[in-house]
Write a protein that binds this ligand. Structure first.
Ligand SMILES: C[S@@+](CC[C@H](N)C(=O)[O-])C[C@H]1O[C@@H](n2cnc3c(N)ncnc32)[C@H](O)[C@@H]1O
Length: 217
């Protein structure tokens, strides 16, 4: 990897604090998603906005030696952290790190057995629908798109309160996303899936203001 850098060391530390806190890993949400989607040995999976590997690492365990996990992220620094973790755990040969920006996805049509997208959609704004459409393009028929994200709540006041709390975490971060974290409701997510051509959709709430969506091509 090149030495090119986008984040200051301070912002990298804060990002790692958010993504890699021990409580978050103890919750094992990434592993739960892998199980829910029925990921199997030998699968070729794409993890969009992989960060430090919350889904990529459990995916690498699930796909085994004959599978691959393509890990897409726009941050070189976070990909570097993921690389170090994967090497330490002996999972590195299964990963294909790729620096790039969604909604464009790497890979030919029908290239993957699953696409994962964990806590990225709310950061993409209008590009969220484009990403879902791209995921449909790169998935083989009957394969799952797996999304985890914050859930916009019917209680607007509470929703605004939670959004303010998240916003305050990033107040002085240049370039941090402007929009609310609780951007999409369960219905919004379903609409995005259906609009992109997915035909079976499973939606569940997770830890109150979070949600999981699996859409099958
Ligand atoms: C909230 S983090 C989630 C990371 C990881 N999926 C997880 O659940 O821990 C969002 C990630 O998406 C990456 N990201 C943001 N916008 C992106 C884009 N347009 N294309 C690719 N990655 C992006 C960020 O660098 C960050 O790693």
């Amino acid at each position: 990897m090149s030495a090119e850098t986008l984040m200051s060391p301070e912002i990298l530390q804060r990002t790692l604090h958010r993504l890699d806190g021990p409580l978050r890993w103890a919750l094992q949400e990434g592993r739960t998603l892998v199980t829910k989607a029925g990921v199997r040995e030998g699968w070729h999976v794409l993890d969009v906005g992989c960060g430090t590997g919350y889904c990529s690492l459990p995916l690498a365990e699930a796909v085994g030696e004959n599978g691959t996990v393509t890990c897409l992220d726009q941050s070189l620094e976070l990909l570097g952290v993921l690389e170090a973790k994967a090497r330490k755990r002996g999972l590195w040969p299964r990963l294909r790190l790729q620096r790039g920006a969604a909604p464009h996805l790497p890979g030919r049509d029908r290239a993957y057995d699953a696409v994962f997208c964990s806590y990225l959609l709310h950061e993409l704004g209008d590009d969220a629908q484009r990403l879902v459409a791209e995921a449909h393009r790169v998935l083989r028929p009957h394969a799952p798109l797996v999304v985890a994200d914050f859930r916009r709540l019917p209680d607007e006041e509470r929703c605004a309160e939670i959004n303010r709390w998240y916003r305050a975490q990033k107040e002085d971060e240049p370039g941090a996303e402007e929009g609310p974290n609780l951007r999409f409701s369960l219905d919004d997510l379903e609409t995005m899936f259906v609009k992109a051509g997915f035909h079976v959709v499973e939606l569940t709430t997770w830890l109150d203001f979070h949600m999981h969506g699996i859409a099958w091509k």
